[in-house]
Ligand binder design. Structure first.
Ligand code: 4NP
Length: 140
């Protein structure tokens, strides 16, 4: 799961998908395209909306996307089209590029950083629905 800062959207996406899939069978992680929040915990509003749904993301720490991630992961879900472009440009092979897609079909997960709690609730609902689809596609 990849977004700009790895403190708002992708930590939530990581937590939501982890809540739906067995950690024995799936390795799920998140990362940033930008480096300004590396090492930080998720935004308190992401922690709150996750906790409201019984999901603890407070232990997560932001990290940068690294080239090795193309080989470590089968699927790389991106929160918006700007970051999709950045990650696609980093891909060195068609196989790597083909692993990368928007988490929503043809739509950005809106950046809630400058918003309020209601924006984080919208992001949660979008990611919850997207992760249900990911789970469905993996299991079927
Ligand atoms: P994220 O949100 O990409 O969902 O983690 C943002 C976090 C930080 C900033 C922008 C978006 N920022 O400008 O610092």
């Amino acid at each position: 799961m990849v977004c700009l800062g790895n403190i708002c959207r992708s930590p939530l996406a990581e937590g939501v998908l982890k809540s739906k899939l067995s950690s024995t069978h799936f390795h799920i992680d998140s990362a940033a395209t930008a480096s300004f929040h590396i090492g930080k915990s998720p935004d308190h509003r992401s922690i709150k909306v996750a906790a409201d749904h019984g999901i603890d993301i407070s232990h997560q720490k932001a990290r940068a996307f690294k080239l090795e991630d193309f080989n470590l992961f089968d699927k790389i879900y991106i929160m918006d089209s700007n970051n999709l472009k950045i990650i696609k440009q980093l891909a060195e092979t068609l196989e790597q590029s083909n692993k990368v897609s928007l988490i929503l079909e043809n739509e950005d997960v809106p950046d809630p950083y400058y918003g309020d709690e209601s924006d984080f609730k919208i992001v949660f609902e979008l990611l919850n629905e997207a992760c249900e689809k990911i789970k469905f596609d993996l299991i079927n």
